[in-house]
Write a protein that binds this ligand. Structure first.
Ligand code: MIC
Length: 648
């Protein structure tokens, strides 16, 4: 049977299950990555599992999030991560090397391999013909320990690209067009596979931009063929020998199909505060801006900085605009310096930041109150920039730069200049020597733990009768940035669950923590559609569980957060009838009798509203393995017994 690329990648790694969409499967994981916002919990989980050495072909840990060292916490985390890499055998990328996704792409991406990453934008590696999936830290820890990754076989949406991008229109506009068509929940449990003649003019880094923000549509992964563009990228990175051609079979088909004619596209922009609120730049042109921000894993390529440099060269920024440049890797910064493009940016007054995620996750660079910020980052969920009621628009480097010159949102085609030319250099500075390899012969290493690094809490199993108040009723599209915010104040608490839990749901209900602590017992949370969209941070699930949340009931759920809830013993259930959402009031007492027994007997669970005596039918989409995890009280309990009882 002719297979598409996604099917080939899964089939070559299939440990159990079938390629039938929706069926439970397990796949072998070749590589893993984690960043410092998620990696400290991963290392604590590896310690809790009693692991001695990694079981993957390669695992890497990056430091690119918690880079503001305002006190000891982040510096301690960096030392902890470095010691854990030495202990368990991972590559370590120190602060300053850059953002995990472009650095992993430069150093380790190999066509045909699988990559599981404790960061939702891991999917960017699909640009290299890999099956690259974002997941919670515990899932990544299991993969490092040799446990296959469990998921539902996704549907495959084939997107045929035709034509070629007009001047001033770039890869970001392609993924913004996808978001306009699919919305933030249109691709949940789907892999998007790009194919067609339009690929010919897209470099590997262009594809990285598209694959990265595939996550914002809820995708499981995005895949591109490994072709001449990928071969050229590997050559650039002095790794041409790693090239393997990967593409769909002739005559392959897809579960769903779409077509984009690149020639028809124009500059697009996502308005606050959702990545799918996409309009043409011209529709919002003229609005005064405070900031234009270039960088992040969503536009990490050399051209994403060189084009802006060549646009502003010899010109003057608008007086009221902060033009923020966030280089995404040391390699890129070196090349920008060598080519003279860095000087062009500095000469017009750009603000140069250290290589890393920076303001994308609110780690500095927060915009002024009530002002507009244009960013080439992947997300603009409410408050994510660090400023409440922020107005963050997502756009291409071309649009952000044109607007920085004019001081208002500007379609770059309206600049009185020709589109600058750019071609990728044949080679880039080799960044791999800057990463610290695992030790050839593992030696006993003590983990370095500062006072802010706390042990993982132990969680008990679901009670036979689950009863408690509905402590929070939330709406649609609740993101993990609203469940547990990131940012300069909260991110440094990622190694300390009791401390970080104080911020749980703080963006939605600032009193949630106090109410949960006063209750000091089991409770429920209700959400609308696409609950838990966005990041991979399992902390959003762990902190909910730590505060007594035992069950989340929603109209629909985002893939990563749903599994993170299961991993820490929180029961995710769905409204069978969306109208029932309105029948439950906040603070009403709810009850589920023998939840595990009900789950094992069928795919529905009866919920009793104790105050009215009414019952509601809830739907479960849990697999047998997921029910087993919930029955064990979480995945650490389950795996410690099932896979690692002899690891000491
Ligand atoms: C993000 O972009 O939201 C993050 C910060 O990279 C998260 C990971 C985290 O919360 O540490 C992600 O996307 O997974």
């Amino acid at each position: 049977m002719a297979m598409n690329l996604a099917q080939k990648l899964i089939k070559s790694h299939l440990v159990s299950g079938s390629l039938e969409p929706g069926s439970p499967i397990e796949i072998k994981i070749d590589q893993t990555l984690a960043q410092d916002g998620t990696g400290t919990l991963v290392m604590l989980e590896l310690e809790a599992l009693g692991l001695s050495q990694i079981k993957t072909e390669l695992s890497a840990q990056y430091v690119d999030h918690n880079l503001l060292q305002t006190d000891f916490k982040n510096a301690d985390d960096h030392l902890f991560l470095q010691s854990a890499c030495r202990k368990f055998g991972l590559w370590f990328s120190r602060p300053g090397n850059g953002v995990s996704h472009p650095v992993h792409m430069a150093c380790f991406d190999i066509p045909g391999k699988t990559l599981l990453g404790a960061d939702s934008h891991t999917c960017a590696a699909g640009s290299m013909g890999m099956l690259a999936i974002g997941a919670g830290g515990l899932q990544v820890a299991m993969a490092i320990a040799g446990v296959p990754f469990a998921l539902k076989m996704p549907k495959v949406l084939g997107v045929k690209l035709e034509g070629e991008l007009p001047p001033w229109v770039s890869a970001k506009d392609i993924i913004l067009e996808m978001l306009r068509r699919q919305t933030v929940k249109g691709c949940v449990n789907k892999i998007v596979e790009y194919h067609g003649p339009g690929l010919a003019n897209l470099t590997a880094m262009d594809r990285h931009v598209i694959a990265n923000m595939g996550q914002e549509m809820g995708t499981t992964a995005s895949v591109f063929p490994a072709d001449e563009a990928v071969k050229a990228f590997l050559k650039q990175q002095h790794r041409e020998s790693d090239y393997v051609e990967m593409k769909a079979d002739e005559g392959a088909s897809y579960d769903e199909e779409d077509t984009i004619n690149l020639s028809d596209l124009e500059p697009l922009i996502a308005c606050p505060s959702s990545p799918d609120k996409v309009v043409t730049v011209r529709e919002v042109a003229g609005r005064p801006i405070y900031q234009s921000y270039i960088g992040s894993s969503a536009n990490p390529g050399l051209r994403d900085f060189a084009i802006p440099a060549r646009i502003v060269a010899g010109r003057r920024l608008a007086d009221d605009v902060s033009f923020d440049i966030n280089p995404t890797s040391r390699q890129l910064l070196e090349e920008l310096s060598r080519s003279g493009d860095l000087t062009k940016l500095l000469e017009v007054g750009a603000r140069l930041h250290q290589t890393g995620c920076g303001g994308c996750i609110g780690m500095g660079q927060a915009p002024a109150t009530g002002r507009i910020s244009l960013r080439t980052v992947p997300r603009n969920f409410p408050g994510r920039s660090g400023t409440a009621d922020d107005q963050v628009y997502l756009c291409s480097p071309e649009t952000a730069t044109a607007s920085a010159l004019k001081g208002v949102i500007t379609d770059p085609r309206d600049l009185d200049m020709d589109y600058p030319s750019f071609s990728e250099p044949e080679y880039l500075p080799d960044i791999r020597p800057l990463l610290q390899p695992p030790q050839e012969i593992p030696v006993a290493v003590e983990l370095i733990k500062g006072p802010n690094i706390k042990p993982l809490p132990n969680f008990d199993k679901l009670p036979n009768i689950l009863t408690g108040p509905l402590l929070l009723k939330a709406g649609d599209n609740v993101s993990t940035d609203e469940i547990l915010p990131a940012g300069a104040e909260i991110l440094p608490l990622r190694s300390n669950i009791p401390a970080i839990s104080r911020y749980t749901f703080s963006r939605i209900d600032e009193n949630f923590y106090q109410r949960a602590m006063k209750l000091n017992g089991d409770c429920f949370v209700v959400g609308g559609e696409n609950y838990g969209q966005g990041s991979s941070r399992e902390h959003a699930a762990v902190s909910s569980r730590f505060l007594g949340v035992r069950c989340i009931i929603a109209k629909s759920m985002a893939r990563i957060h749903r599994r993170n809830l299961i991993n820490f013993g929180v029961l995710p259930l769905l409204f069978e009838n969306f109208d029932d959402y309105d029948r439950i009031e906040q603070d009403s007492i709810l009850e589920i009798d023998k939840p595990i027994a009900q789950l094992k007997s069928n795919n529905s669970v009866k919920l009793l509203i104790k105050s009215s005596g009414e019952t509601i039918n809830l739907r479960s989409d849990l697999s047998a393995d997921e029910i087993e995890v919930l029955e064990a009280g979480g995945m650490i309990n389950q795996v410690r017994e099932k896979y690692l009882s002899n690891e000491k």
